[in-house]
Design a protein around this ligand. Structure first.
Ligand SMILES: *[C@@H]1O[C@H](CO)[C@@H](O)[C@H](O)[C@H]1NC(C)=O
Ligand SMILES: *[C@@H]1O[C@H](CO)[C@@H](O)[C@H](O)[C@H]1NC(C)=O
Ligand SMILES: *[C@@H]1O[C@H](CO)[C@@H](O)[C@H](O)[C@H]1NC(C)=O
Ligand SMILES: *[C@@H]1O[C@H](CO)[C@@H](O)[C@H](O)[C@H]1NC(C)=O
Length: 221
């Protein structure tokens, strides 16, 4: 499912790699996954005289392929690793937030080092729920209600928020004013790169009766 894009390292070819190793630091591809998803890391080379190493964050050796076998190595992924010798791939199952990092696939063919594939993984929480909270006040001098609404998602602590009714506004807060007996239906959407959830709420301006407590507070201040 993940497409490994060739980038600077691959284009330079085998020869230059000996001179430039270490100078290509950016990942070939960035992958966004939700907690619980799987990540496929496929070498995709013909098998003759092939050696492959899968490395995490440049220092932790996860698995290696040599002599037609993939061997798991001691790492935090050990229990969650599946191997597939047919396509020389490993799959990291049940991804966790702290798995975010850089995976490299280092390939040697006929003892010649090929450009490494670098995959930058970002693991995100799913947005589980989104709710609209509101507070309001009645301004008798203008005969309007002021509504303060805010949108609250659970799951990812840092989603993007947007509101839509007649227009679209971004951010978790929305203030609107309504005339007496007017109503508005508002729609808040929370998203991150792996999920999106929305909810709606209808607010009605009922005038002063509903807000008597607020009016008392106002006149005291
Ligand atoms: C493997 O490489 C071949 C040739 O570059 C390509 O056509 C194929 O889609 C690749 N397969 C995977 C699973 O990446
Ligand atoms: C919306 O109203 C709240 C509470 O009345 C206020 O604190 C906030 O500054 C207002 N925000 C905007 C963008 O007007
Ligand atoms: C709210 O917004 C979302 C995303 O834009 C949309 O899919 C959904 O249909 C909207 N719901 C209503 C009731 O307008
Ligand atoms: C939410 O979706 C928008 C539009 O697709 C995107 O630009 C934004 O980065 C997303 N938010 C997060 C937190 O990923």
């Amino acid at each position: 499912m993940n497409i490994f894009q060739e980038s600077c390292c691959s284009i330079l070819g085998v020869l230059l790699v000996f001179f430039l190793q270490g100078s290509c630091t950016g990942p070939d591809v960035e992958v966004h996954k939700a907690v619980g998803d799987s990540l496929d890391l496929i070498a995709n080379y013909s098998k003759e005289d092939l050696e492959v190493q899968w490395i995490y964050n440049n220092e932790i050796y996860i698995a290696e392929y040599d002599k037609n076998k993939i061997k798991k190595l001691k790492s935090q992924f050990y229990e969650r690793l599946e191997m597939n010798e047919d396509n020389i791939g490993i799959t990291v199952k049940d991804l966790k937030l702290q798995d975010s990092g850089i995976f490299s696939i280092v390939v040697k063919k006929n003892s010649i080092q090929h450009p490494s594939k670098l995959i930058q993984l970002h693991v995100h929480d799913l947005i589980r729920d989104v709710q609209i909270e509101s507070s309001n006040s009645w301004l008798p001098s203008n005969n309007i209600c002021m509504f303060h609404l805010w949108c609250l998602a659970s799951g990812d602590p840092n989603p993007s928020y947007s509101w839509s009714s007649d227009t679209v506004k971004t951010g978790p807060n929305l203030n609107i004013s309504l005339r007496l007996a007017e109503s508005a239906t508002l729609n808040c959407t929370a998203n991150n790169t792996v999920s999106v959830k929305h909810t709606t709420k209808t607010v009605v301006c009922r005038g002063k009766n509903e807000y008597s407590r607020f009016c008392v507070k106002m006149s005291n201040s």
